[in-house]
Design a protein around this ligand. Structure first.
Ligand code: BGC
Length: 377
């Protein structure tokens, strides 16, 4: 055998081995993510808490919600186990994950539903087994659930739209806004949209085109923005309302792809690292900071209290009630913060002092000079 082909056979073998081990590792990770409670870093006791998150394209779930929830559970309940799953935007997958959690003996479900309406079926199954349900971030509609924790989502939509309208007016603009809303299956998306309309509809700006974005998909948002540009023309709109940073990023990609300069103001939400950098570099007009820590930690405390039979302690943590069509659900509603380049010293500074993002990550590369100018460190 020639050296070259011997080498390539060896290389091929090594590569095959690498591929096999990588696939095995990925599969193991996937299994441990969905099924193996020990992956949560808990010590493996008998109080099982299921955490069911909806998707992975928005960075908050894996980067913030999951680790913060796990850390809090670990701190207050060393003998609790977390059964974690992420449904990757698929409602049927989430149904199966919830079934699996119930079969595996979950004592509490902390559920951020892919579909706020069809998740009622999950809640009903849990109820039938005497397992309490906490609606996490997105409300579960028309179901007998126990608690709900979220942000003031109507207010999120108002903050986004008000910032956009104020910016456009301050620049003397008039005309149309393109609206790129979130997933129609998400109750929050409806609230963001309602909040945004309550501002835009009476602002004097017209709505040139409006879309609901299935799955909150950034790619679909990009296509929607491309369609809006085709329909309205490159100069046929003055601003873009995008419901979160993922959809905002998709819209910005479409605007850049069409060579539109300067970019019109585009909104967002979540204060994802990439979006905060876009806000600082001037590509994205605003985002909304929702501090996930208090949300994840309160949900974790609720779950631990319920798993430990301390329902009255859990009840006492609620600060308000929200009606979900079936009942007034004991709730905690947190306050969102609008973030623009103009208030970044304070708001991005808060993200850094909260431990939400690191200055070194935000201020890396070209954004570094902006951080220096604004005194962000
Ligand atoms: C959350 C947002 C998130 C969106 C997409 C909403 O329910 O409140 O923070 O960007 O879902 O996952």
């Amino acid at each position: 055998m020639e050296v070259g082909s011997l080498l390539s056979t060896r290389v091929a073998k090594v590569l095959r081995l690498f591929a096999v081990t990588t696939v095995a590792a990925v599969l193991a990770a996937a299994c441990s993510t969905t099924n193996n409670p020990s992956s949560s870093g808990s010590s493996g006791g008998d109080k099982k808490i299921a955490l069911l998150l909806p998707e992975t394209k928005t960075t908050r779930y894996e980067a913030q919600d999951k680790p913060l929830f796990e850390a809090k559970v670990k701190a207050v309940c060393p003998d609790c186990q977390i059964l974690y799953s992420n449904a990757d935007q698929k409602g049927d997958v989430q149904q199966n994950q919830a079934d699996a959690a119930l079969t595996n003996g979950a004592k509490v479900l902390v559920l951020d539903p892919v579909d706020s309406a069809s998740a009622a079926a999950i809640a009903a199954k849990a109820k039938a087994k005497g397992v309490p349900v906490i609606a996490y971030d997105r409300l579960i509609l028309n179901a007998d659930i126990d608690y709900y924790i979220s942000f003031d989502n109507m207010q999120v939509g108002k903050l986004q739209a008000q910032a956009l309208v104020d910016e456009l007016k301050s620049k003397g603009k008039s005309g149309s806004i393109v609206m790129i809303n979130g997933a129609p299956t998400d109750n929050n998306a409806k609230l963001f949209k309602q909040g945004a309309h309550s501002v835009i509809d009476s602002s004097g700006f017209k709505i040139g085109k409006e879309y609901d974005t299935p799955d909150w998909s950034p790619d679909k948002a990009q296509t929607e923005m491309e369609q809006a540009i085709t329909a309205l023309g490159k100069t046929g709109f003055v601003g873009v309302y995008a419901a979160n940073d993922g959809t905002g990023g998709g819209a910005i990609a479409a605007l850049k792809g069409q060579g539109i300069t300067p970019l019109p103001p585009v909104t967002g939400q979540d204060a994802e690292l990439a979006a905060v950098q876009r806000v600082l570099s001037g590509e994205q007009f605003m985002t909304v900071y929702k501090a996930i820590k208090p949300q994840a930690e309160a949900a974790a405390q609720w779950a631990v209290d319920l798993a430990s039979g301390k329902k009255s302690d859990a009840d006492a943590m609620a600060t308000t009630k929200v009606n979900n069509g079936t009942k007034d659900v004991l709730s905690i509603i947190l306050t969102p913060i609008a973030v623009t380049k103009a208030n970044a010293k304070e708001t991005v500074g808060k993200m850094i002092s909260d431990g939400f993002l690191k200055a070194a990550d935000i201020c890396s590369g070209a954004v570094g000079t902006v951080c220096t100018e604004l005194g962000i460190s």
